[in-house]
Structures are given as C-alpha cells and as structure tokens.
Design a protein around this ligand. Structure first.
Ligand SMILES: Cc1cc2nc3c(=O)[nH]c(=O)nc-3n(C[C@H](O)[C@H](O)[C@H](O)COP(=O)(O)OP(=O)(O)OC[C@H]3O[C@@H](n4cnc5c(N)ncnc54)[C@H](O)[C@@H]3O)c2cc1C
Length: 267
C-alpha cells in the first residue's frame, strides 16, 4: 500500500455520511485506490458500510448496487433467470478484466465504472446492455446512460461528492442474445479492444466498442446489419487511441474483426 497521505478513515452508514470533507475520497473495494499513491487524498470514506443490496431483480430489469463485487455478479449470472440469456455477458466481461479471482472478490462494479479505465469491463457490460447509472449528487439523484458517464480513458462526468449508487440493466436488453469478445496485445494483458453485440427480441441490434475508443461507441441498427455495413460503421468510428495497450490503427482493425465475428455468431 502506497497511500501514505491518508490520515483518516471512516465508514459511511447513511447518505449524510457521504458528504466529503476536503481531501476525502470514496473507497469501494480499494483495489485501485490502494494500489498507487494518492497525494491529494487525506481521508477515505468506505462505501461498503451502506449495506446496499448487491443485486435486485425487478420486472424492469436488474439493479446492481455500485458496491456489488464482481465475484457476486458473476455468481448471480450462473443462476440468472433463463429468460435473461444476456446474463452470459457477465462472466465474459469479468474475464475481460486483467484481474485474478482475488480482485474479483474485492473489486466492485461501481469502482470499476468510476475508475473508468479504457479496459473497465464493467463499463463494457453496461454499455452493451443499455444500462443506466443512478448517481447521487448532493441531495438529488440523476440517471445517466453508463455510455454517457465516461468522458475519456480514466475520466467521467462525476464530480467530487457524486456517488454512483447503482447501475440498472433493462429487462429487454437482458432478454437479448448477446456476445462479448476482447483482445489484448499480451495473452494476459489489459484489453486493447472489447466489442459486444446483441440482437433484441424485436430484431434490432446494438454493437458497442469499448477499450479501443476513448469513450464508449454504441452503434444501433434496426436489424442485424450486413457484414460490410457493420464493418464500415465500426471502421469509421472516431476515437480510436494509442497507448501502451495498443496503437489506434490496430485497435480500429481488431474492432472491425471482432464485430464481424460477433455478427456471424448472432446471425
Ligand atoms: C491486478 C489488477 C488488475 C486490474 N485489472 C484491471 C482491468 O483489467 N481493467 C480495469 O478497469 N481495472 C483494472 N484494475 C483496477 C481496479 O482493480 C478495478 O478497476 C476495480 O474494479 C476497481 O474497483 P474497486 O471497487 O476496487 O474501486 P476502488 O479502488 O475502491 O475505487 C476506484 C475509484 O472509484 C471511486 N469510487 C468507487 N466507488 C465509487 C462510487 N460508488 N461512487 C463514486 N466513486 C466511486 C474511488 O473513489 C476511486 O477513485 C486492476 C487492478 C489490479 C490490482
């Protein structure tokens, strides 16, 4: 642990406890925040004491508390209702993380989304399935598509004091047929591109590119597009970027390839 600047730690038990004092930051699983120096952080506010129910199935869909661990979500997927076949994306997304099972048991869905790395596979999962983020901001609450929450590789629209309370996946998306494919430069490296595709009950299809583009890219079609139409749409997307996990041109090329393969599986 390198967070020598932290002098104070408190557990939040109520919404009032979430008001941050100067220098405080939220702590969820701590797998990122405790992994590197945080010179601007002098206090941590632990969200896990809020005891939010991890997973709630409702007629509208699935509500995942921000504090739900990735392991908990994967376990749920193994017993998910059969009319929600897109639950199969959950283990695929969890496996897209460069994370051992020990990280799964501690890292939270909300922490992964709020950290917002390009390789944040809980973002890929949520974007694939049209999930909304429920954000507590001051005394209010707002709902934002997770796809719109992310502003770049590692940045979000959240400001200090905003709390991600939950993500909500609609039932119609869970009822779709869905596929996730990823690629990384190294066999066990962080994802350079994650592509998802799904076909809804009404025949409409949605393809999403994450990790390869700085912000999530969502492509919607009235039906499953022809291979060339899909390839053109993915190739002409803007926002492919270069970093140590892959060059922009490579990310563009592999995203087209992954989307084409997913389309073939869904066809
Ligand atoms: C070996 C290893 C491999 C990893 N691989 C990946 C990877 O492949 N992809 C990836 O994206 N990350 C990866 N990480 C980074 C990190 O572990 C994950 O992003 C993890 O999901 C973060 O979740 P957490 O609950 O531990 O968050 P924390 O570390 O507790 O918090 C992360 C950030 O989010 C904020 N935060 C947390 N919850 C909320 C909330 N509800 N509302 C508002 N702000 C909040 C915190 O203040 C902090 O800034 C890896 C880490 C390790 C150690």
């Amino acid at each position: 642990m390198d967070i020598t600047s932290v002098q104070a730690y408190r557990v939040a038990h109520s919404r009032e406890d979430l008001r941050l004092a100067p220098g405080e930051a939220y702590l969820a699983g701590g797998t990122w925040i405790m992994s590197e120096p945080q010179p601007a952080t002098t206090g941590l506010v632990d969200l896990t004491g809020l005891d939010w129910p991890a997973l709630e199935e409702t007629p509208e869909g699935l509500r995942i508390a921000a504090t739900c661990t990735i392991a908990n979500l994967v376990a749920w997927a193994g017993t998910a209702p059969t009319h929600w076949p897109a639950a199969s994306l959950v283990p695929a997304a969890a496996n897209a993380l460069l994370a051992s099972f020990k990280i799964w048991n501690t890292a939270t869905v909300g922490g992964n989304i709020c950290r917002a790395f390009g390789a944040a596979a809980m973002v890929s999962l949520c974007v694939a399935l049209d999930a909304d983020a429920v954000v507590w901001s001051g005394d209010g609450e707002k709902r934002i598509p997770v796809a719109d929450l992310i502003t770049g590789n590692g940045t979000t629209i959240l400001t200090s004091g905003d709390v991600l309370r939950a993500v909500e996946i609609p039932a119609y998306a869970l009822a779709s047929r869905a596929v996730l494919r990823k690629i990384a430069l190294a066999e066990h490296g962080r994802s350079g591109a994650v592509v998802t595709g799904r076909v809804d009950r009404d025949g409409a299809s949605v393809f999403a590119v994450t990790a390869a583009t700085a912000t999530p890219t969502v492509l919607r079609f009235a039906q499953l597009p022809a291979e060339s139409e899909l390839a053109d749409a993915v190739a002409s997307t803007t926002g492919y970027y270069t970093d140590p996990l892959g060059a922009a041109d490579w990310r563009r090329a592999v995203s087209v390839e992954l989307a084409t393969r997913i389309r073939a599986e869904l066809a």
